[in-house]
Design a protein around this ligand. Structure first.
Ligand code: ADP
Ligand code: MG
Length: 460
């Protein structure tokens, strides 16, 4: 029918606009490398902030004792404690609790947000069992994973540059987030020392390194996206401090803010960006990460409904609600293997109140999931290749180079992960790809902060 033909034409156009042939991905990787150089050269030299993290001692595996971590980075925050037993025993025991953040606190006041966090932290500490041992006379130490762009002035302090991922509390911007946390900790009457402030990406790098010394980079693919890697301290022109003993410095790239003329942006991406809380920012993140993939799909479906009567004569009202279609919904439609695409039908019905779709329509929905996901996954792979290029590890090396990856998108969206891994091999070629390894650093961001607190303990 005419409707279907019109829909097909729209889908075909999207498919073409989202194409990421290898040659294009190479250009994206080259741009990533160039921006990394520019961001390291001077402050504000690039859209890539290339933040100095003050982490120059990554965990070795020898760390001992009880350490806490607090992971604030998206819709949930977690509190974690870990008992480390040194080289022989490793992680002796680990416990975590996850709490979702009431949406009103994401756009409320600093005071309320940090009080909420400190209250939960206090509860968690109160539940510490005897298997966790804090030596007599010592303060509990905590690594604070705070996954928003922060300009650090030392390992345990840093000012918030901007919120991302749906958080928006104006008064926190420019403030030291450790000081904010400390004030809330004091209001709770807790005796606790914040030893390290890290980004989830840096935490993931540390968590990965604890288990595998060949981990040199990390990538987060969750609500947002970011990457960190180990740089030679003498290859950071904007660093004017003393060179650390290790000769290394972890760099938090803040790659979500990457832009390049080679990114395949569509009208849907442009309108999503324009209507977002942070227009013009986090362009790479808006193509890749879990917060946005479902929303891109919704925008395409809305256009199809409006211009091709894709779901019948009326535009389903729910389809006009921003962010109603989440990436996990998209994932379950995309992974639907039933012959009549039952999961697609049920998601359309449950989330969007769309019923009576034809199999052809449902097939096109799956096709769209595929187009959007492939683009995101392939661009993520190109970003990783950019890091390899920067370090000169994109050719000829036989030594292992391990990238620790964490985040709900990578963890749960199988087709995304498979496409990412396949594309990485495709860009690098089988020879180089055989020594570049992606590992899932499960919960790396949380435990990693505790590990960094341990390797930088005030008592060691
Ligand atoms: P955060 O990034 O907020 O710290 P996570 O790393 O757990 O948290 O990532 C959560 C994100 O992962 C969600 O916003 C969602 O986009 C994505 N996600 C979670 N579950 C799934 C799923 N089943 N399928 C696809 N994506 C998922
Ligand atoms: Mg996280």
């Amino acid at each position: 029918s005419g409707r279907l033909a019109r829909a097909r034409a729209i889908v075909k156009e999207i498919e073409e606009k989202c194409e990421t042939p290898i040659a294009k991905l190479q250009l994206v990787a080259d741009d990533m490398m160039a921006e990394m150089h520019a961001g390291l050269a001077d402050e504000g030299g690039s859209k890539l902030k290339m933040l100095i993290t003050y982490v120059n001692n990554l965990p070795t595996g020898h760390e001992k004792g009880l350490f806490y971590a607090l992971d604030l980075g998206g819709t949930n925050f977690r509190v974690i404690r870990v008992q480390l037993g040194g080289k022989e025993l490793g992680v002796v025991k680990q416990e975590a609790e996850e709490v979702s953040i009431p949406p009103h606190l994401m756009v409320g006041s600093s005071h309320e947000l940090f009080d909420f966090i400190a209250t939960r932290l206090a509860k968690f500490i109160a539940s510490e069992s005897e298997e966790f041992k804090l030596p007599e006379g010592r303060q509990r130490e905590l690594g604070f994973t705070f996954s928003f762009p922060v300009r650090q002035i030392s390992l345990a302090s840093g000012t918030l540059i901007k919120w991302t991922k749906g958080f928006s509390i104006e008064e926190t911007v420019g403030e030291d987030v450790v000081a904010e946390l400390n004030k809330a900790i004091e209001r709770q009457g807790l005796d606790l020392h914040v030893t390290a402030l890290v980004n989830d990406t840096v935490g993931t790098l540390a968590g990965g390194r604890y288990y595998d010394k060949d981990v040199h980079a990390s990538v987060i693919l969750g609500t947002g996206t970011n990457a960190a890697y180990v740089e030679r301290a003498d290859a950071i022109p904007k660093w004017h401090g003393l060179l650390p003993k290790s000769g290394e410095m972890v760099i938090n790239m803040e790659w979500g803010n990457f832009v390049s003329s080679h990114l395949p942006l569509t009208e849907y991406d442009l309108s999503l960006d324009a209507e977002s809380l942070n227009p013009g920012e986090q362009v790479f993140e808006k193509l890749i990460s879990g917060m946005y993939l479902g929303e891109i799909l919704r925008r395409v479906l809305l256009k199809l409904a409006e211009e091709a009567s894709f779901f019948g004569d009326i535009v389903p009202p729910k389809l006009s609600i921003p962010f109603i279609l989440r990436t996990p919904h998209m994932s379950s439609m995309h992974h639907d293997t039933s012959s009549d695409l039952r999961a697609v039908a049920s998601k359309l019905k449950d989330i969007l109140e769309i019923t009576n779709t034809s199999l052809k329509t449902r097939k096109m929905v799956v096709e769209l999931c595929d187009i959007i996901i492939k683009r995101g996954a392939r661009l993520s792979a190109a970003g990783m290749v950019g890091i390899l290029k920067k370090l000169g590890r994109d050719s000829g090396e036989k030594q292992r180079f391990v990238i620790a990856v964490d985040g709900g998108l990578f963890e749960h969206y199988t087709l995304f992960r498979e496409c990412l891994e396949g594309s990485l091999a495709e860009i690098l070629g089988t020879e180089v790809a055989s020594s570049v390894i992606i590992t899932h650093a499960n919960d790396g961001s949380g435990i990693g902060a505790a590990l960094i607190a341990a390797s930088n303990s005030q008592y060691s």
